[in-house]
Design a protein. Structure first.
Ligand code: TEU
Length: 539
């Protein structure tokens, strides 16, 4: 599939639309909103997992890859979703969580009963009960190993203790995963998203990390490219749209993951640009975003991938990230301006844009005020860790308000009605009060809305080949207020200027001198300077 002119919309089903009044979103809820997505103009939907799961990590702990969790619906609902989306010209991408399974998966259950075949499906190590095999840390806090007393063995879990890492060195495991892909491919999907797929290849030896949490031993690991090539070839998914979630990855590896000559994946998510507000690289330490660093990262990745034939998935938001508008914009005084500026900043880059549910409405962080309002396993773990490390309750709540994954998991704001029009009953997680003004019903018919700005961005990508296929070069490198780049295709040129500040900013030359005509922007006309959070796209 040629995907340079495509736009993907990400759905987190638990928070998208509740069709049966149980407070949780479901598959039929998605079906009911397909016309909304058609109106927006997206080509593909990536849905996060809805497979059978104990839901300790909201479905990223899969217990059965071929069955739908009844809380989300049935297999026939899923088949109807695929068919109804197809009628509207929208393809489906499902989320394959292949680095680990739930400990409730049959394979793990048989492993802990002592069946050697299934012990070999996971990463079990012998050891004494008081000493984990290595000092590696789980991404959700604490040591990454769990002891199983009756086996006298530890198993590795890079995420929650109920998410056991699979042993990809075992060809039987790889064969199982290929079968799962074939099963879903035959249902008529257009593509797949692969969860933390650059963590699948673990080292030959497991040793302590004296310089970090262990990630340097398994990130972009020794056989990862070989395993991906094999998975893609043997399951016949080359040519479908595939995106790998690459955790703490490198540019060189992402070039290899996505260059079409390698026959691995179509594109990659990398996260470096979403760590520019981590103080000393620590997620749980607050700092205002470093816009200079953000610019450098975009320039390095955009130009680097482009020069070497790689392809980026470009995005600000997903179900693991706080809302970009609350991080990089001003969600109070310049709400619409910053929502639109952030949208344009990435939609004109080289790569496939991803819109995360609610981003097209300008949804903001929840900023909950009490720990009982949080649901995410990572947030709950780190709340306790922060208190243990001496933070006060107020400090911990302030940090979660900025950093919790739940900020991106609040119910989709469909209307000003009770529960944001998401459900008829109290949702599993409460919406922020601003749903009364920020919601789909208020925006879809308003030509100036954030929603209609996104709609225009998608339409422009289809109309101008330069947006989909042009080269990219970053300009104004020394200006730490403005992200600026040029796209070129033949003799055509587009200049994109984005002000990340809440005040006017001047460039070395007048904005008017960058181009003759404005293609799109978030203020009327063009001044010599950029207004607060202004974006101007000039041709
Ligand atoms: O995320 C992987 C991941 O690295 C981030 O979730 C990161 O760990 C988190 O933001 C901590 O700061 C994927 C999924 O997107 C996520 O929802 C799952 O929890 C995780 O994998 C495990 O499957």
């Amino acid at each position: 599939m040629n995907f340079s002119d495509k736009v993907v919309y990400q759905i987190y089903p638990k928070s998208f639309c509740d069709s049966n009044g149980d407070g949780n979103g479901d598959i039929r809820g998605i079906i009911g909103k397909l016309d909304y997505l058609k109106r927006l103009g997206v080509d593909l939907i990536w849905s996060t997992p809805f497979f059978v799961s104990p839901m300790n990590d909201n479905g990223y702990d899969v217990a059965d890859y071929r069955a739908i969790d009844p809380r989300f619906g049935t297999m026939s609902d899923v088949e109807e979703l695929i068919a109804e989306a197809d009628k509207r010209g929208i393809g489906l991408m499902f989320d394959m969580v292949f680095n680990h399974t739930s400990t409730e998966h049959e394979w793990f259950q048989r492993a802990i009963k002592g069946e050697q075949k299934y012990i070999d499906y996971y990463i079990f190590k012998d050891g004494a009960p008081d000493k984990p095999p290595t000092n590696w840390e789980s991404k959700f806090g604490g040591n990454a190993w769990e002891y199983v007393p009756h086996l006298k063995k530890w198993y590795l879990h890079l995420f929650d203790v109920t998410q056991a890492d699979l042993n990809w060195e075992n060809p039987e495991v790889r064969a199982e995963l290929k079968d799962i892909l074939c099963f879903w491919k035959s249902k008529g999907l257009k593509g797949f998203r692969f969860d933390v797929v650059n963590l699948i290849s673990k080292p030959a030896e497991f040793v302590d990390d004296d310089r970090g949490d262990g990630r340097r031993f398994y990130t972009d690991g020794r056989h990862v490219h070989e395993f991906l090539k094999e998975l893609v070839a043997d399951s016949g998914i080359d040519g479908m749209i595939t995106v790998g979630e690459m955790s703490s990855t490198s540019l060189d590896n992402c070039i290899r993951y996505t260059n079409p000559n390698e026959h691995e994946l179509s594109m990659a998510f990398s996260f470096h640009h979403l760590k520019v507000d981590y103080k000393d690289g620590q997620k749980w330490e607050l700092m205002p975003p470093d816009i200079g660093a953000l610019k450098k990262l975009f320039a390095t990745w955009q130009e680097g991938m482009s020069d070497a034939g790689g392809w980026n998935a470009v995005f600000w938001c997903n179900h693991d990230q706080p809302r970009a508008i609350s991080r990089f914009g001003d969600d109070k005084n310049y709400w619409a301006q910053s929502a639109k500026m952030l949208a344009a900043a990435i939609h004109f880059m080289r790569g496939t844009p991803y819109i995360y549910q609610g981003e097209e409405l300008g949804m903001t962080n929840a900023k909950y005020t009490s720990i009982d309002q949080y649901r995410d396993v990572e947030s709950l773990n780190y709340y306790n860790i922060m208190l243990k490390n001496g933070k006060t309750v107020e400090e911990a709540i302030e940090i979660l308000g900025e950093r919790s994954r739940d900020n991106g998991r609040t119910p989709m704001q469909w209307s000003a009605e009770k529960h944001a029009g998401f459900s008829t009953v109290e949702p599993w997680i409460i919406p922020p009060d601003n749903y009364k003004t920020i919601n789909a019903a208020a925006e879809v018919d308003d030509p100036d809305s954030v929603f209609n700005f996104y709609r225009q961005l998608i339409a422009l990508r289809k109309r101008y080949k330069i947006i989909a296929d042009g080269d990219i070069k970053f300009i104004e490198p020394d200006n730490n207020d403005v992200l600026a780049y040029e796209r070129t295709l033949g003799d055509q040129k587009l200049t994109v200027l984005c002000n990340f500040r809440d005040h006017d900013v001047r460039l070395r030359q007048s904005v008017k001198d960058f181009g003759g005509e404005k293609l799109i922007g978030n203020y009327d006309g063009v001044e010599d300077y950029l207004r607060p959070f202004e974006v101007a796209v000039l041709k």
